[in-house]
Design a protein around this ligand. Structure first.
Ligand SMILES: C[S@@+](CC[C@H](N)C(=O)[O-])C[C@H]1O[C@@H](n2cnc3c(N)ncnc32)[C@H](O)[C@@H]1O
Length: 227
């Protein structure tokens, strides 16, 4: 397994919410989990079928259980079985009543046929910056694969920490964390820019909405281009 997925052991997932969602999001990436990312995640939840890609600790889905009363099924897709186990248990614990499916899968590979055209929303929170390769290499593969899961008019949305560019100004803490995580292979985003992300999204989708909060790009795309 690539280090970008291997690091999410059961033990590390216990620390994830505090280290990433509280400390790093507030002080390094300057994009609040509770006032920016969680409301954004909830706003786009699938009305009947939702797929969350790169589930981590399952925080966003677990905090959205009340908003998912009408969501009949949630599919969790991740390369790391520990993350799938932790996230699915957590969603159940908070009382989500719908179907929870888990799929151990690499986003760089074509999706299994039974996931094609099934979802009205697919979320991809904090996954792109972990994936190896430059944005113009990893982005097209991931967006082509995930587009296949969307129903007509469905949304694919997510967030990613960018590495550089005129819109991206890292503070000392962010620079230090970025350096550490990139050296360890947990992130591969030093060359990720807003322009490259926009370009990849516009090649793959007709409808693209993207904004920056701190050093995080937040995107929402619809209507995959065919061919
Ligand atoms: C930084 S965590 C994001 C967790 C959560 N979405 C959040 O925003 O808090 C990245 C997740 O992506 C998963 N991941 C990394 N590489 C992957 C790949 N190639 N295919 C599928 N999942 C992958 C990891 O196992 C991990 O669960």
């Amino acid at each position: 397994m690539d280090p970008s997925a291997r690091v999410y052991s059961r033990f590390n997932l216990r620390l994830y919410d505090i280290l990433v969602l509280v400390v790093s999001n507030s002080w390094a990436w300057r994009c609040s989990t509770t006032s920016v990312l969680l409301p954004f995640f909830r706003k786009n939840l699938g009305t009947t079928a939702h797929m969350d890609v790169g589930v981590g600790s399952g925080y966003y889905l677990a905090k959205s259980a009340r908003a998912m009363v009408d969501t009949e099924s949630v599919t969790l897709l991740d390369l790391n079985q520990a993350a799938l186990n932790v996230a699915s248990a957590r969603i159940r614990q908070v009382g989500y009543q719908g179907t929870v499916d888990t799929v151990e899968h690499n986003v760089f590979r074509l999706l299994p046929d039974d996931l094609h055209g099934r979802f009205d929303a697919v979320s991809l929170m904090y996954v792109l910056h972990c994936l190896p390769g430059r944005m113009n290499e990893k982005g097209p593969k991931v967006f082509a694969n995930l587009s296949a899961a969307l129903k007509p008019d469905a949304v694919l949305y997510g967030s990613t920490i960018l590495g550089r560019g005129p819109e991206v100004s890292h503070n000392w803490f962010g620079k230090w964390l970025m350096g550490l995580y990139n050296r360890k292979g947990i992130f591969d985003n030093t060359e990720d820019t807003l322009d490259d992300l926009k370009q990849v999204l516009r090649v793959h989708f007709e409808d693209v909405d993207i904004k920056m909060v701190g050093v995080v790009a937040i995107f929402e795309v619809r209507r995959p281009r065919v061919g």
